[in-house]
Design a protein around this ligand. Structure first.
Ligand SMILES: Cc1cc2nc3c(=O)[nH]c(=O)nc-3n(C[C@H](O)[C@H](O)[C@H](O)COP(=O)(O)O)c2cc1C
Length: 189
């Protein structure tokens, strides 16, 4: 099997097409971002990379806060819309019929229809080229109670999370393992 070598590009996949909510005290907005990820576990740190020309850029730069709303297949059409229309022209909450929900630690709203909303406070802004990276502390995590059972276990598999790969959206499929399962001893029946 041979691989064709292409010039360098950002083809890491899949990535989550997250819905970022942001506000500056006067205006709020939604922007879809795929350039995001976890940077550190303790303290929990994350990042989003945003082009300077985005309407959302100024809001986040001013407030130094944002919320990462995880993508579910139920709202993937809205997620795409928020990635191709600007808050300069439309109120994306209104057009997409998404519900603003008050966050616990930051001033910008969360998206009620997203199963998990992660509140973030910016610590650094790194200009990288096409995008600036907003490095942030995670200050609170909000999980839809519908996915938490009576024992407090979070059933993430029920959230219908979506992924983005090479320009296309996918619904996550069936579970094929769990952390460390390859070395775990099989339980005797
Ligand atoms: C799936 C997807 C992923 C995107 N990822 C990013 C990203 O990581 N960074 C970025 O600056 N723009 C990204 N965009 C583009 C912005 O979401 C888009 O330009 C949006 O209209 C900007 O909104 P705003 O002007 O209201 O801020 C993405 C768009 C889509 C559809």
């Amino acid at each position: 099997m041979a691989k064709t070598t292409w010039k360098a590009s950002a083809l890491l996949a899949p990535v989550p097409p997250v819905l970022i909510s942001c506000a500056d005290g006067e205006r709020d907005n939604l922007i879809t971002v795929a350039w995001t990820g976890t940077l550190n576990s303790d303290p929990p740190k994350t990042y989003i990379s945003i082009r300077r020309e985005r309407y959302s850029y100024d809001l986040i730069e001013k407030s130094r806060e944002f919320v990462i709303n995880l993508p579910s297949a139920h709202i993937i059409r809205s997620i795409d819309f928020c990635g191709v229309r600007s808050g300069r022209d439309v109120d994306k909450f209104e057009v997409c019929s998404l519900t603003r929900e008050r966050a616990s630690q930051v001033g910008c709203p969360m998206v009620a229809e997203s199963p998990v909303s992660i509140e973030c406070r910016v610590t650094d802004v790194l200009p990288l080229g096409s995008h600036d990276m907003f490095l942030a502390d995670i200050v609170a995590v909000n999980v839809d109670e519908r996915y938490i059972d009576e024992k407090g276990k979070f059933h993430i598999e029920k959230c219908a999370l979506a992924a983005y790969a090479h320009g296309q959206y996918f619904a996550l499929g069936k579970k094929i393992g769990s952390f460390g399962y390859s070395v775990r001893k099989k339980q005797k029946k």
